[in-house]
Design a protein around this ligand. Sequence first.
Ligand code: C2E
Ligand code: MG
Ligand code: MG
Ligand code: MG
Length: 284
Amino acid sequence: RAKARGRGRAEVFDDALREQLSAQAELERAIAAGLRDGEFEVHYQPVVHVGSADVAGYEALVRWNRPGHGMVPPDQFIPIAETTRLVCDLDRWVLGQATRQLAAWRAAAAGRADAVTMAVNLSGRHLTDRRVVADVAAALADAGLPADRLVLEVTETVLVDDPVAAEHLAAIRGLGVSVAIDDFGTGYTSIGQLRSLPVDTLKIDRSFVASTEPGHDQLVALMIRAAHTFGLTVVAEGVEDLAQLGRLQDERCDHAQGWWFSRPLPADRAGELLLGPVAVPAVG
Ligand code: C2E
Ligand code: MG
Ligand code: MG
Ligand code: MG
């Protein structure tokens, strides 16, 4: 009897697992089809100079306009895409869109947008893919965008764990592209390691920027000072109010990004921030 019951439980477990796997496979198929059918779009959130609030650049953030589901945020499909090579296709598509979008804005701005950068998130999975360096070079060439206007955002774990990722990052930086550590402070990288990491920019995670916990102010100040000592540019993520901005100004943080300035916007509205409300080419 005990044996029979045990088997019964295993079957229930198998059923649950089977269901989960088939839901996952279903979502993977939908993502792949959505990519083919043009259901994804890229929104752009401005990254501003802390001192002047002028646009320094944009971060490209993908969304899935999935029929019957509305606008699906990346947290609901990137983790699934990351379990397969699908995320490489998705990242490559975003990279193509974002580089062409900045090139279009630069052309429309007739010199006024030459300093503006475009940041694109790169999954760890894509960074270890052997085609990643060629993907980045091809995107720049296709868009006609100077390499030093592109920033690739990667998370701490990717930087620390993987020798192949490190090799690819070095080659990407060799092209002239900048690299940013995203969500800094949420992983296991210490401030001291910043000295030896192959990156140009530090993005402080919004959990620190928004925190009212005692000590977090000083922690942010410390991150900014250490990053500057090691020659890195600092971006504060998730700035939502004036008090947060004031602290960042006091600490001489370079750039900030967050709802206080702007939500991520569709291309045409993001372009208006740069060019004024004129006809702005949006990359289709
Ligand atoms: P992330 O790269 O750290 O991007 C910042 C996230 O914070 C974005 O969420 C942005 O909308 C949100 N955010 C910006 N300002 C504020 C604020 O003031 N308050 C709050 N509460 N949130 C703010 P989003 O767009 O949902 O993206 C989530 C994550 O998905 C990104 O985090 C990134 O890790 C990933 N992701 C987005 N696009 C791509 C992509 O094209 N490829 C890959 N591999 N990952 C992507
Ligand atoms: Mg990012
Ligand atoms: Mg981030
Ligand atoms: Mg994040």
